[in-house]
Every structure is written in C-alpha cells, then in structure tokens.
Design a protein around this ligand. Sequence first.
Ligand SMILES: [Zn+2]
Length: 194
Amino acid sequence: MRLFRIAAIRQPDAVDSWRAAPIGFSLTEIRILSYASIALFFGVNALGLLIWGSAYFEGFASFAKGQSIALTTAYVIAALLAYHVMHELIHIALHPDRGLSDRTMIGVKAAAFFVIYNGEISKENLLRVVIAPFAVLTPLCALAALAPFSPIFLANMFGLHLSACAGDLLLYRKLKNGPEFAWMWNAYTSAYIK
Ligand SMILES: [Zn+2]
C-alpha cells in the first residue's frame, strides 16, 4: 500500500490490447455529488428535527455537556476519520493484492480519501470492490438503529455513510451500463479497459 499523487504505473504493459475507458466522473457529476452530500447533511438533520422536535438535539447536547468545544470537535473529526478509514479498508480488502502491494494506492482529494488499484483487475472483482462498503456497512448502520444511540447520532451516521457511498454507487452504475469489458487498468488520471 502506498500514498500517491500520481499513479506509479501510468499505463498497462502492451498498451495496444487496451483502450481508454470513458468512465471518469464529469465536472457536473462531481458537482452534483458534492451538493448532494451537503443536501443530505441538512436533509437528515431537518428530518430528525421534524420527527423528534427539539429533543433531537438533546443527544448531542448531553454528549457535548461538560467538555470543551475543542474536545467535542476532536471527537466529531475522529468519528468522521474512523468512518472513512473503515470505508476505504473495505474497498482495499477486495483488491486483488488485499492492499499488500504497491499496486494499492491511497490518495487524498478535496479532503476525502480514495483508493485505487493501480493494475489489472477483472470487471467482476472491480464491481465487488466498488460496492463493498455500501453492501457491508448499510446493514451495520441499520443494526446500529436497534442500539440505544441517540437519533442525532444515527441520522448523521447514516447520512455520512450514504454520502460517502454516493460516488461508489454512481461508479457502479457506470461500470454496469458502460462499455463491455473484461479487465480494467486504473492509472488514476486515466483508465484502460480490454
Ligand atoms: Zn467508497
């Protein structure tokens, strides 16, 4: 596993047998995803307020009570980080090398982590990699609703999870409905299929 800004291996061997994959996100799609995340944050909290009234904020108030704003903020940031690390680790667990070689690369863009497999991966495996966090963590979020967590915690956890999976779901759909291919090579700024 390695950190990267530019993919280590820019092109597959024997480029001839590969063709460029028209599968990246357009600027419009990136904008829609960003606005959808913000809308989701306000949406889940507005819904919580609508259902539970001012009691909705009590869970957060009792959590923040008696501790400094700095500590409360640190906890929230730690929770956000923990979710994203877990989400990316689930993607990585399904990489062909399980994240144990330099082919698995971790980047940071627009304050979000993402991982790529900088090598050859089958379409079947790629679909599993892309959908895994949604498939694994959605039932866990639903199970957490049975535990005595406060509604504000559950609503924001679910909102965070869905916004983190939005790009994955869009990519999954593109891969499913896009051009036929059996193998993909991802070099981050470009991708190839064959
Ligand atoms: Zn993801």
